[in-house]
Design a protein around this ligand. Structure first.
Ligand code: PGA
Length: 254
């Protein structure tokens, strides 16, 4: 059984004061959610103040990025060792904004994925096609290509630890969501590719999140799809009431 995972990607929003306030509201209103995991990924500056608030709480801490080295002359970067010191359990890797705006390529994303795993951090590895690629009928080819490149020669046991996030680029921050059926179709294709490369057990273990304009009014149907194991939520994770509604989803098939 795959434990559903709901993760908030706060991007470059939230001062420390705002972050603390949001987390306190989330903690005050989170219902018993023992059957699912809930993660917040604030900006780096908020990780340290949030860390003690979240210890022994049902909320887990994740980072939005990391550099694949323990330490070194990498101005402006944050290492997995630094994230672990702050009790981060997850790290987002290969988000489309990192790929598009900061030039991250498949090689760097593969290194980050491997480094996170080696340090015991769970990568939330993002893949997704652009609108042009989808219109050209290349969505699946692009997504599976990104996946292959990021996973490289990792062994099946390592792959089983990874969380994947299918985030169609055209759905991020636009209010356009992939239809539950389109999302399910891609998730099933990803799982099938994992099955072919790593076997059925690994494929059945990997959690695949959907991301891209996830909102309170579409989460229930998305979570009702067989291969959607959670959500990576941007804009709707910045307000306590909408994120809480997403976390407290009730999956439905239509
Ligand atoms: P969105 O962002 O929910 O605001 O579309 C999702 C993401 O970028 O992870």
């Amino acid at each position: 059984m795959r434990t559903p995972l709901l993760a908030g990607n706060w991007k470059m929003y939230m001062t420390v004061a705002e972050a603390v306030e949001l987390v306190q509201t989330l903690l005050d209103n989170l219902e018993m959610v023992g059957d699912r995991e809930v993660v917040v990924c604030p900006p780096f500056t908020a990780l340290h103040p949030l860390s003690p608030l979240l210890s022994e709480s049902p909320l887990q801490l994740g980072a939005q990025n990391m550099y694949p080295a323990d330490s070194g002359a990498f101005t402006g970067e944050i290492s997995p060792v630094m994230l672990l010191e702050l009790n981060c359990r997850y790290v987002i890797v290969g988000h489309s904004e990192r790929r598009q705006l900061f030039g991250e390529d498949d090689t760097l994303i593969a290194r980050k994925t491997r480094s996170a795993l080696e340090h015991g951090l769970t990568p939330i590895l993002c893949v997704g096609e652009t609108q042009t690629e989808r219109a050209a009928g290349q969505a699946e080819m692009i997504v599976l290509g990104q996946l292959r490149a990021a996973l490289g020669d990792l062994a099946g046991e390592q792959v089983a630890e990874i969380v994947l996030a299918y985030e169609p680029v055209w759905a991020i921050g636009t209010g356009l969501t992939a239809s539950p059926l389109d999302a399910q179709t891609m998730h099933a294709a990803i799982r099938e590719a994992l099955r072919v490369h790593y076997g059925t057990d690994t494929a059945n273990e990997v959690r695949i999140l959907y991301g891209g304009s996830v909102k309170p009014d579409n989460i229930d149907v998305l979570m009702g799809q067989a291969d959607i194991d959670g959500a990576l939520v941007g804009g709707a994770a910045l307000k306590a009431d909408s994120f809480l509604r997403i976390v407290h989803y009730h999956s439905t098939s239509s």
